[in-house]
Design a binder for this molecule. Sequence first.
Ligand code: SAM
Length: 297
Amino acid sequence: MGYEHPLAYVLGLEGIALLRSFIGEFDREFTEARLAEVRRLLDDESLGAAVDVEQVSTVEGYRGWSRSYDDGRNALFDFDEPTVLPILDALPAGVAVDAACGTGRYARFLAERGHRVIGVDSSPDMLAHADAAVPSAEFRVGELARLPVDDATADLVVCALALTHVPDLAPVFAEFARVLRPGGQLVVSDLHPEQVLRGSIPPVRGPDGRPGRVVVFRHLVGDYLRAALPVGLELRDCVEPLLPDVPPAPPADSPGPWDVWPWSLAALVPEAAGAAKAGTPATVIWHFQRARRSSSG
Ligand SMILES: C[S@@+](CC[C@H](N)C(=O)[O-])C[C@H]1O[C@@H](n2cnc3c(N)ncnc32)[C@H](O)[C@@H]1O
């Protein structure tokens, strides 16, 4: 059970901003403004009502999100597509696995480029949308750690914005290596651990209306390497696209309902939120290739 306290969130942003200031990224005026803001926030009674939040499984969480996932454009797409699409575009058509394909964002792109696409996801609700959107692809319900795909049959595996949901990367990268042919390519994007820390996790209301958030884990950047290298995946590239430095908007005047946290909370302290986020990576993107020969041979 999570305990989401609005005062804790805004003080957390102030804290990150103050740490950055302490190491010289901002000036004395900025630090003093933050300290004055902290004193004001501590006396703000509107920030006192905390909410207990359940951890929700991905299957349950994406059951709800599947209805709206394709309505607007997820802001994170702007931080993986500019890197991922050119890599995919440069590859010859073959058998492509879209692992944790969701509603088929990359499955569609790959099918349009002539790949035979197999999409796998643990959410039947997300897969129903993918099936309707990409009729030429084959979609299978399955787990990242047990992909329903034969050994050494894929030329390409793509896995976008999903690994933050798995507790342990090692069995998942072992599966990616297992299904790839020698020389096959793996492209992974994920929410960057810096953003997991800042709580950018959409809210989910349970059937009874209770607040929940889908389970997420904060993998270190090195965790991906420690999972990939031992199973014969060779590193081709790693990119960490940065959030832009945007001028702060005027502060909001209320924390808003829980359903719009933490974004409405960040809007209460725009200077601190901007400083806590500016120049931090939004995503991490990996390009690996399965070794052409095993290290033993
Ligand atoms: C944010 S969506 C990303 C969907 C798609 N890859 C995209 O980038 O648009 C995350 C997806 O990962 C799936 N997922 C999460 N954990 C999974 C697991 N352990 N095995 C299979 N799919 C999983 C979810 O069901 C969801 O469809």
